[in-house]
Design a protein around this ligand. Structure first.
Ligand code: NDP
Length: 298
């Protein structure tokens, strides 16, 4: 049994062009795993992390204007020599750009920093910034920004458009005027942080759920259930957590700046968790919950 498992482990190495993809509701394909870059510092750290990720086989990179590392990521992409059409790059519009004109300018700035002609997936990062809460101004702000994103998509500057941290009532408001259905909603999702209502809503509408914080931002590496199951399946805790996310049909975005972790995290797609173990993981109690976008202080 042990020999068989180690053989499976060896075969798990996923290369970029072999990575599976999800089909989005707009017909495009997105690699099932993305490389997270929040807190990867602009400069050498973000550059080396993305370089290592691309060498290991990731083809999907997740960044955001607010991470302030788009330039280093763009440089790593350029230096990799990987053809543009083999890469999938996501970035996000921050809260200070919630008018039509600012959204267009925000996108242009991200394109410039990343050194790209188009973005594969562009997201509204946050549904309800603190500055737009009075009289529910966020509703009109999101509609306006979405219109800009639809227009930029029609012009070919963005391939797919989506949202992040949106709860059902934010999506309902957006869909009142949207011509294009969001392709994804990127939310905090991990064992123990299971936003059931949002998950159900997005599944019903065919909106793909991307999972940020798939390791509970590190917290889950101390969890007893995670450690016990990882041992049972003869995988690392990180691989187990990513396998869970994939088994749920989510798109996890593991972040690391450590080359060995970057490579080994990728080797999770062949791990088949039993439905009972998936259930066990879904229900584990964790301290950190998902942030409430309606009350968060930014
Ligand atoms: P993660 O759950 O990905 O956890 C990252 C932490 O796990 C880092 O400290 C990393 O350390 C550590 N780690 C990674 N792999 C291993 C391993 N194999 N063994 C031990 N430790 C490991 O948290 P994030 O918050 O970064 O979420 C992932 C991504 O999701 C972000 O980077 C970003 O792209 C996106 N995101 C989106 C948000 C949104 O609002 N839309 C909000 C937050 C994140 P180290 O780097 O030192 O190796």
């Amino acid at each position: 049994m042990r020999r068989l498992l180690s053989l499976v482990k060896k075969q798990r190495k996923v290369t970029g062009n072999k990575m599976k993809s999800y089909k989005l509701n707009d017909g495009r394909h997105i690699p099932v795993l993305g490389f997270g870059t929040w807190k990867a510092k602009d400069g050498e750290e973000a550059y080396q992390a993305v370089k290592a990720a691309l060498e290991a086989g990731y083809r999907h990179i997740d960044t955001a204007a607010i991470y302030q590392n788009e330039e280093s990521i763009g440089k790593a992409i350029k230096d990799s020599g990987i053809p543009r059409d083999e890469l999938f790059v996501t970035t996000k519009l921050w809260n200070n750009r919630h008018t039509y004109e600012d959204a267009v300018n925000g996108l242009e700035e991200s394109l410039h920093k990343l050194g790209l002609d188009y973005i594969d997936l562009y997201l509204i990062h946050w549904p309800n910034p603190v500055t737009h809460r009075e009289n529910e101004a966020w509703k009109e702000r999101n509609r306006e920004v979405w219109r800009a994103m639809e227009d930029m998509q029609a012009k070919g500057k963005i391939r797919s458009i989506g949202v992040s941290n949106f709860l059902p009532h934010h999506l309902d408001a957006l869909l009142e005027s949207a011509k294009v259905l969001p392709a994804v909603n990127q939310i905090r999702l991990a064992p123990g942080v299971y936003q059931e209502e949002v998950v159900r809503y997005c599944r019903d509408k065919g909106i793909l759920l991307e999972a940020w914080g798939p390791f509970g931002q590190g917290e889950l590496f101390q969890n007893e259930t995670v450690l016990t199951l990882a041992k049972q399946y003869d995988v690392t805790p990180a691989q187990l957590l990513l396998a869970w996310s994939l088994a749920e049909g989510f798109l996890p975005l593991p972040k690391s700046v450590t080359p060995e972790r970057i490579a080994s995290n990728l080797q999770c797609s062949a791990i088949a968790l039993s439905p009972e173990d998936c259930d066990l993981l879904r229900k584990i109690p964790v301290e950190a919950g998902a942030p409430n976008p309606d009350t968060k202080d930014f």
